[in-house]
Design a protein around this ligand. Structure first.
Ligand SMILES: NC(=O)c1ccc[n+]([C@@H]2O[C@H](COP(=O)([O-])OP(=O)(O)OC[C@H]3O[C@@H](n4cnc5c(N)ncnc54)[C@H](OP(=O)(O)O)[C@@H]3O)[C@@H](O)[C@H]2O)c1
Length: 277
């Protein structure tokens, strides 16, 4: 394993489980001091101990503006803020009519507002250092509209647009902005709530948290504006976005495939790939 992040301070939000935890492991393995952020103290402490390499457990809700400022200050105290991974997410599941206004507002706050305002706070630190990388974890639901997940899909479209626009805005500054857009990933995020995950989501091949983390780390290293996985699913979302009639025509077929996979995951009872983080 190379050590591309030796001596660098890397902040990962949503780092006590799933994709964020896998990112923390990968950055630490490459020499970074990782500041791991989540709300649940006990799980976060255990995760930071498992990651090692001086990983810091920083308890915070990313949606809290006071906590955001304290998080950036903590990174600066530790020596700087070289990489910010905005990964924490919230998905109120089900049809729009079944959601509370509070839940929908919280999805916007956690998935979109927090990455934007954290980026705003991190940028002066990175600009002063003349280098930095921001990586935002969106979703394939940010590349093609996802029915029964309209607000979630809207926040991920927004996060992707923000990332790609800011990436262009910052060309030449030494600070890069990237977005990683995964399809379904074998974590508690969907596997603990299988009944409410739209069937069409599960029509696509399941990635592991580590596969997504590898793309996040690659973006932090080379500053590529976007990586999406699995590749075939990403191509399908592009087609579905530019050709709405094709998207509508394929929907029943994909939903059938998703229902079959959902049954299989339930029968196996191991979350699909059996590799849950
Ligand atoms: N899993 C998928 O299928 C999938 C697919 C596409 C995109 N994504 C995106 O990937 C990201 C990570 O998902 P995941 O699957 O790794 O989820 P996960 O396994 O459920 O882990 C979520 C992590 O985020 C933390 N978290 C949640 N809300 C937070 C908040 N407000 N402030 C700070 N930390 C918070 C959780 O800890 P606490 O609860 O203790 O705070 C936990 O550490 C999300 O943005 C999600 O939208 C996931």
């Amino acid at each position: 394993m190379s050590a591309r992040f030796s001596g660098r301070v890397v902040v990962v939000t949503g780092a006590s489980a799933g994709i964020g935890l896998a990112c923390a492991h990968r950055f630490a393995a490459e020499g970074a001091r990782v500041v791991m952020v989540a709300r649940g103290e006990a799980a976060l402490a255990a995760a930071a101990a498992a990651v090692g390499g001086g990983a810091v457990a920083h308890v915070a809700d990313v949606a809290d503006p006071v906590a955001q400022a304290a998080l950036v200050a903590r990174a600066v105290e530790l020596g700087g803020l070289d990489v910010l991974v905005n990964n924490a997410g919230f998905h109120p599941r089900g049809a729009l009519a079944d959601q509370t206004a509070d839940d929908l507002g919280r999805a916007v706050d956690v998935n979109l507002r927090a990455p934007i305002t954290l980026t705003r706070l991190a940028l002066p630190v990175m600009r002063a250092a003349g280098r930095g990388a921001i990586v935002n974890v969106a979703s394939l639901a940010g590349r093609v509209p996802l029915p029964n997940a309209a607000t979630y899909s809207a926040t991920k479209f927004g996060l992707r647009a923000f990332s790609l626009a800011l990436a262009d805005e910052l060309v030449g500054t030494g600070v890069t902005v990237s977005v990683v857009s995964p399809g379904p990933v074998d974590t508690g995020f969907i596997m603990d709530d299988l009944d409410h995950v739209p069937d069409i989501v599960l029509s696509q091949p399941m990635s592991t948290a580590d596969e997504v983390a590898a793309e996040v780390v690659a973006c932090a290293a080379d500053g590529a504006p976007e990586r999406a996985l699995p590749r075939v699913s990403a191509a399908l979302t592009t087609l579905g976005y530019v050709l709405p009639p094709l998207r509508r025509a394929l929907r029943p077929l994909l939903e059938r495939q998703g229902r079959r996979n959902k049954r299989r995951y339930r029968e196996r009872g191991d979350g699909g790939g059996g590799s849950r983080a």
